[in-house]
Design a protein around this ligand. Structure first.
Ligand code: C2E
Ligand code: CA
Ligand code: CA
Length: 632
């Protein structure tokens, strides 16, 4: 059996024998020495085998195990034979410096055994230990994670020293399983990181998370820190006692938690203060601020709901300060300071309110809030209107797309880009979409009485939010019924983002509307997912080639290729296809050559008000000439 006795004995005896022969010792003396060595070696072996610590000896160069004791091989779940003298571990993987993992036995091909590397969760740690040993020959108290044969990871503490066996550099490891101790340590750490009243992470924990976030922050993603201070908490505490105060804190902590996403952190950052760390906010700084404000508003609302504590119904309010951050430069402390400053502003502003740290953001947000209020009013006070942009097919005007406009009392005519994003964020897109549908149907109903207009189709844009409303189908059908319009005249334009989520539900919803004769087209096709898997499953009628491909059709081969692919795709799937944003006769001609004869764009007309659209139709009928640009 290969073991510690073999090489140690050989090495020691060899040296001694040479020495003995040279110094001319008697045979009796030599036998006595050998006996002494045998006894000593036996003692070592007994110590080695009976040690409560797991001991292993590996060669430095290739990591091959020279010997292990019972504690060691049982700890790692192998037999002695599977370890000692072997050059690879079956079923073990090994991670290289690039983080790629390889089966340990593959490494043998390169001539390097990775026997003990396979035991290390992180081979870099082994390299680190070896570097220490090369420098200092011994290392104590090194902590690492090992992997058992069954894949289970566990913590060990190692003491290691370099020894020579038969002239080969080896490492002797004395290893102890410290998993239980680590778990206890972790528990203690947890206890010091959580607040025991609310069980939320405490301020220190929050700072650690902020710090970690700052160190790994990448790209454009923004985060927000909300400081939430319960107004007049001290008065409550003084009047009703500490126990009631704790109950209130627990209830408020729970409420704050219901307002955030799974990935966000809610912490108790002080006596009557909570903090919320929101990560992964998308878009610009203003967009991130908008999302943070939305959550802050929800928190204010939840906190102000009546709450029964200590036999009292109390009404709480809170002041919230928000800071938006992205850059790596700020420390956790600085970020907390910023949100604390903002919460002070909120208190000064009269409490039960929200303030941002950056004055510029505050202005932007105030404008947004004003815009929201404005938009709510606009929907009821006749400030919204629809324009119609003709859709052509082989020189015939076949229909129109309804596009919303806002005649703002002070800002003039606003295009959708100025208010649709605000409406989406404020949850106003649903009522706005309903307004559009209502008015589009009213218009269709009017046109159904006119000979020239009755055959035209009208396309209406449906936002993803609107489409996902549980009562969407019902509302559409109800609107159609009330205005008595022919459902076949109405086409709903959906974007790909509406279609790819929960395809089964989408198929059902569309199916129901299709059964009544409505049609569906995919707007801005080509810029999103464009995945065959959903296209094949959905009962669609038409794809709209996004205008960016049309714009670049004649100058960019990539755009041309995409346009061509969309046209072939629609042909393959039996769908109709229309190009939008056609501005020149060359573009129209080129599209026609590619097989797309339907189009929409300034080449025919800009979106125009209903009366102007009716004139367009009348004129078109007379001269069958599309080239005219209307005014808004
Ligand atoms: P969209 O659905 O892709 O609408 C086409 C947009 O392209 C319209 O801008 C239209 O005026 C513009 N356009 C049309 N022909 C040309 C052209 O030849 N060249 C150029 N450069 N542009 C052209 P608009 O009206 O500003 O609408 C912008 C977006 O706002 C729409 O894009 C749509 O996503 C959204 N939108 C408009 N109305 C509604 C609505 O009622 N509901 C919803 N949810 N969204 C709407
Ligand atoms: Ca559209
Ligand atoms: Ca479009």
């Amino acid at each position: 059996m290969p073991g510690i006795g073999g090489p140690l004995r050989g090495e020691t005896l060899g040296a001694m024998t040479d020495d003995g022969v040279q110094s001319g010792r008697s045979l009796k003396e030599l036998l006595a020495i050998e006996e002494a060595l045998r006894v000593s070696e036996q003692r070592y072996r007994v110590a080695f085998e009976t040690s409560l610590d797991a001991i292993g000896i590996t060669r430095i160069d290739d990591g091959m195990f020279v010997d292990v004791n019972r504690q060691f091989f049982t700890m790692v779940g192998y037999t002695r034979e599977e370890l000692v003298g072997q050059t690879s571990l079956q079923g073990c993987t090994w991670t290289d410096s690039e983080g790629e993992s390889h089966p340990a036995e593959f490494i043998d091909v390169t001539g390097r055994s990775t026997l003990d590397i396979g035991l290390w969760e992180d081979s870099a740690q082994r390299a680190e230990l070896m570097a220490i040993l090369r420098r200092e020959a011994v290392c104590r108290g090194f902590e690492a994670r090992f992997r058992r044969k069954n894949g289970e990871l566990f913590w060990v503490q190692l003491s290691a020293s370099v020894i020579q066996l038969d002239g080969v550099d080896c490492v002797l490891f004395v290893t102890r399983d410290i998993t239980a101790a680590k778990a206890a340590e972790e528990e203690i750490r947890n206890l010091s990181l959580y607040d025991d009243v609310t069980c939320l992470p405490n301020r220190r924990h929050l700072l650690e998370r902020l710090q970690a976030r700052q160190q790994t922050a990448m790209g454009n993603a923004k985060s927000a820190l909300l400081s939430i201070s319960l107004d007049h908490f001290r008065t409550f505490n003084d009047s009703f006692g500490g126990a009631a105060g704790e109950l209130l804190l627990r209830e408020m902590a729970r409420r704050v938690e219901t307002c955030v996403r799974e990935c966000d952190t809610v912490a108790r950052s002080g006596g009557a203060e909570f903090a919320v760390l929101l990560g992964h906010l998308c878009g610009s700084r203003e967009d991130a601020a908008g999302q943070a404000q939305e959550i802050a508003r929800r928190v204010l609302e939840r906190i102000s709901e009546p709450c029964g504590v200590a036999g009292q119904i109390c009404h709480c309010t809170a002041s919230i300060g928000i800071t938006i951050f992205q850059e790596r430069g700020l420390s956790g402390e600085q970020i907390v300071q910023q949100s604390d400053i903002a919460v002070d502003h909120a208190r000064v502003a009269g409490r039960n309110t929200i303030r941002f740290f950056a004055p510029a953001l505050q202005t932007a947000i105030s404008e947004r809030v004003a815009m929201e209020a404005d938009l709510r009013r606009a929907m009821t006070s006749n400030e919204l209107m629809l324009c119609y942009q003709p859709q052509m097919d082989r020189g015939n005007l076949t229909g129109a797309e309804a596009l919303v406009r806002w005649r703002h009392p002070t800002r003039g005519l606003l295009l959708p880009s100025a208010f649709i994003p605000v409406a989406e964020e404020a949850g106003l897109i649903v009522p706005l979409g309903e307004w559009v549908l209502e008015n589009a149907c009213r218009q269709l109903a009017r046109w159904s009485h006119s000979g020239k207009m009755r055959d035209l189709t009208l396309a209406v844009n449906i936002s993803a939010w609107q489409f996902r409303q549980p009562d969407f189908t019902e509302k559409v059908l109800d609107t159609i019924r009330r205005h008595q319009v022919d459902p076949q005249r109405l086409e709903l334009e959906l974007t790909e983002s509406s279609l790819v989520e929960d395809v089964d539900a989408v198929v059902m919803r569309m199916g129901e509307l299709k059964a009544h004769g409505l049609r569906f087209s995919v707007d801005d096709f080509g810029v999103g997912y464009s995945s065959l898997s959903y296209l094949q499953r959905l009962p669609l009628d038409k794809l709209k080639i996004d205008m960016q491909f049309v714009r670049n059709l004649l100058i960019d081969p990539g755009s041309r290729a995409i346009a061509r692919a969309i046209i072939s795709l629609s042909q393959a799937l039996g769908l109709r296809v229309i190009a939008e944003g056609v501005e020149s006769e060359q573009q129209r001609k080129h599209l026609s050559e590619l097989g797309c004869d339907a189009w929409q764009g300034f080449l025919c007309s800009q979106p125009v008000v209903a009366e102007e659209f009716e004139e367009l139709v009348a004129g078109e009928k007379a001269q069958r000439l599309p080239a005219r640009t209307g005014s808004r």
